[in-house]
Design a protein around this ligand. Structure first.
Ligand SMILES: Cc1cc2nc3c(=O)[nH]c(=O)nc-3n(C[C@H](O)[C@H](O)[C@H](O)COP(=O)(O)OP(=O)(O)OC[C@H]3O[C@@H](n4cnc5c(N)ncnc54)[C@H](O)[C@@H]3O)c2cc1C
Ligand code: FES
Length: 275
């Protein structure tokens, strides 16, 4: 019987310093057979291990349509993320997964897609944005509203030009406050969303970011006429096993690691307010 807790070995091929506290790691399978049997969809996550330190949960930030590397973007906040940030090119880390439910790809097909991201919360959206761009004919207009605290906290700035040049894609960037020579929009993401007033007609909205941002984004989307089943988000409850065994991630009877992490607002609404 296969042991689900034995990780794949991944070599760090490259590291992109996104901001002072976020790095994107490009990972390659050490064993080709592991790469051949591994497949995932946007929105799924993995448990990453630094040997001798511990495991942590991160979404896969790259799209399955770009299979050269798996990418994951990690914000340094504590023990495991701190240890991951110390790693160098050529180092090996462990990976278990992919786990959880992906974004509902059938639901979003042939629709306008409105992405609303904040800070490192752009990571799971990044996977789906590239997936949609690589299957462009399956989706209608794509709007991306993204914000961070300051201009230097914006992640994936190296992808912005590519996204803006893609057919029928609008990218709207905002920052909470200005530091340095920022000529762009200033204001919180939900307020920018309210200003832009995107139409809810044949549109699915997908949001991820700090919990407080998600709360106000959902409120704004609802006021703009988006129905609860057309608002999707990724919940980032603390996890341990990732596979429905330890009980760390549950909200009532819902196990975020197995029933999510992607949920519609319709699914979240009746849950106890623990997140
Ligand atoms: C499905 C999912 C996907 C995620 N994707 C990403 C990602 O792509 N990139 C990324 O940087 N992070 C992501 N996270 C969050 C990431 O798992 C945590 O930041 C990480 O586990 C922290 O580990 P640590 O050992 O460095 O922190 P610790 O030393 O364990 O904790 C440091 C501090 O952070 C708090 N903390 C730890 N984890 C969480 C959490 N999940 N929610 C709220 N507070 C927390 C602790 O309470 C403590 O105060 C994701 C989480 C989930 C559940
Ligand atoms: S993380 Fe263990 S049950 Fe969800």
């Amino acid at each position: 019987m296969n042991n689900i807790y034995i990780p794949y070995l991944m070599i760090i091929k490259d590291i992109i310093q996104e901001t002072f506290d976020v790095k994107t790691f490009q990972l390659e399978f050490k064993n080709k057979e592991d790469k051949d049997k591994f497949s995932f969809l946007p929105g799924q996550f993995c448990e990453f291990s630094v040997f001798g330190v511990g495991e942590s949960t991160f979404c896969i930030a790259s799209s399955p349509t770009r299979s050269q590397y798996l990418e994951c973007s990690i914000k340094k906040i504590g023990k495991v993320t701190g240890a991951i940030h110390e790693l160098k090119k050529g180092d090996v880390i462990g990976l278990r997964g992919p786990y959880g439910k992906s974004f509902p790809l059938e639901l979003i097909k042939d629709k306008n897609i409105l992405f609303v991201g904040g800070g490192i919360g752009l990571a799971p959206l990044h996977s789906l944005i590239d997936y949609c761009l690589d299957n462009r004919k399956d989706y209608k207009k794509i709007d991306i509203i993204y914000g961070s605290r300051t201009p230097s906290d914006l992640v994936y700035t190296h992808d912005f030009d590519r996204w803006k040049k893609a057919n029928d894609v609008n990218l709207y960037i905002t920052v909470d406050r200005i530091i340095g020579g920022w000529a762009g929009h200033v204001g919180f993401v939900p307020m920018y969303l309210q200003e832009l007033k995107p139409s809810h007609e044949n549109t699915v909205a997908i949001t991820c970011g700090p919990p407080i941002m998600i709360k106000f984004v959902i409120e704004t989307l609802s006021n703009l006429g988006f129905s609860p089943d057309m608002i999707l988000t990724s919940l980032e409850m603390k996890m341990k096993c990732g596979v429905g065994k330890c009980g760390r991630c549950n909200i009532g009877n819902t196990y975020v690691c197995q029933d999510g992490p992607i949920f519609s607002y319709e699914q979240i609404k009746p849950l106890p307010k623990e997140f």
